[in-house]
Design a protein around this ligand. Structure first.
Ligand code: URA
Length: 315
């Protein structure tokens, strides 16, 4: 879908609301003959399809012939002179320098990611290393790195799949609608973000919230694994099937896999891990909240069972 939009390079990046896009569309003389209503419908359709951001000041007409291409031969069915002027390509299109996208073989990128991640000895170092890592091209379209939120000293770490639009804007995981539901679920068992640490397998928003590709996920996996090792929680909770697949090597459906404790080897020690349903899924399927509720109660029971007795004051 983004190929239809003004997507070519990450900088300079602009975001504007529907009105701003409307102005840009008019300015670029695309569909100038269409009515405002038609333009609004078009933009609404783009938004519904996940094209909700513009990445450049100037739209790129990808249907325009390249300067080196021979002029099109007019056919009797579509004589060139009959093309409506509104659909004709703008006379000159500024070319934006595209930063070199990573095209190294996936295995090489994964190896590099593992080595960079392993060299970080603190979460701050890991964040800095990840921000500088060029092996995942999602960083080129995302607004910013979404590294983590909450308390890295917490006993529970929750990991989702990848940031969405709100997370991309705020730079924090799970702050949109699904994050608000997650907060309520945590609150129901007496937890909040001062007690848990939250991250994602992929720390950059995929454009239009598409599913990260296996290559993108593979490039990011060593970093989330290292993040778990460095945070060293007692309990790991995977939110949704993709996180469970990446971190717990699950190949079953999430409805079958969820709710059972497994062992997760952080590389430092073995901790307990469980997958549960993703809050975004629960927003779409509210009846399934009862299953997630069971999982959160199991987490609470495990936390209570293993709680350190509070130190008694010495008199
Ligand atoms: N969904 C996720 O998996 N992660 C987020 O941070 C937000 C939504």
């Amino acid at each position: 879908m983004q190929g239809h939009d003004a997507v070519c390079a990450p900088a300079p990046r602009v975001e504007y609301g529907a009105r701003g896009v409307l102005r840009k569309v008019r300015k670029a003389r695309i569909l100038t003959t269409a009515t405002d209503g038609a333009l609004r419908d078009l933009l609404a359709w783009y938004t519904a399809m996940g094209v909700d951001m513009a990445l450049e000041e100037t739209p790129v007409n990808r249907l325009a012939p390249s300067p080196s291409a021979p002029p099109p031969v007019p056919s009797p069915e579509r004589p060139a002179e009959r093309l409506p002027s509104a659909l004709a390509p703008p006379p000159t299109l500024p070319r934006v320098a595209v930063p070199p996208a990573v095209a190294a073989p996936a295995a090489e990128i994964e190896r590099a990611a593992r080595s960079v991640a392993a060299s970080a000895t603190t979460l701050d170092e890991l964040r800095t290393a990840l921000a500088a890592f060029e092996g995942c091209n999602l960083r080129l379209t995302a607004t910013q790195l979404v590294f983590a939120d909450g308390n890295p000293e917490g006993r529970v770490m929750l990991v989702g799949e990848a940031p969405g639009r709100d997370e991309d804007i705020q730079g924090l995981p799970f702050v949109g609608r699904s994050g608000q539901l997650l907060d309520r679920m945590l609150q129901a068992i007496g937890l909040d973000r001062t007690a848990v640490y939250i991250a994602n397998v992929v720390p950059w928003r995929p454009p239009g919230n598409r599913t990260p590709t296996p290559q993108e996920t593979a490039a990011c996996r060593p970093f989330i694994q290292r993040q778990i090792a460095l945070a060293d929680p007692d309990f790991l909770i995977c939110l949704g099937g993709p996180a469970a697949a990446e971190l717990m090597a699950n190949r079953e459906g999430i409805l079958k896999f969820r709710g059972r404790w497994h062992e997760y080897d952080t590389g430092v020690r073995k901790i307990r891990a469980m997958a549960t349903l993703h809050p975004a899924y629960l927003l779409r399927q509210p009846l399934q909240k009862r299953l997630a509720w069971r999982d959160f109660l199991a987490l609470k029971a495990a936390l209570d069972e293993t709680a350190q007795p509070a130190a008694t004051a010495l008199h």
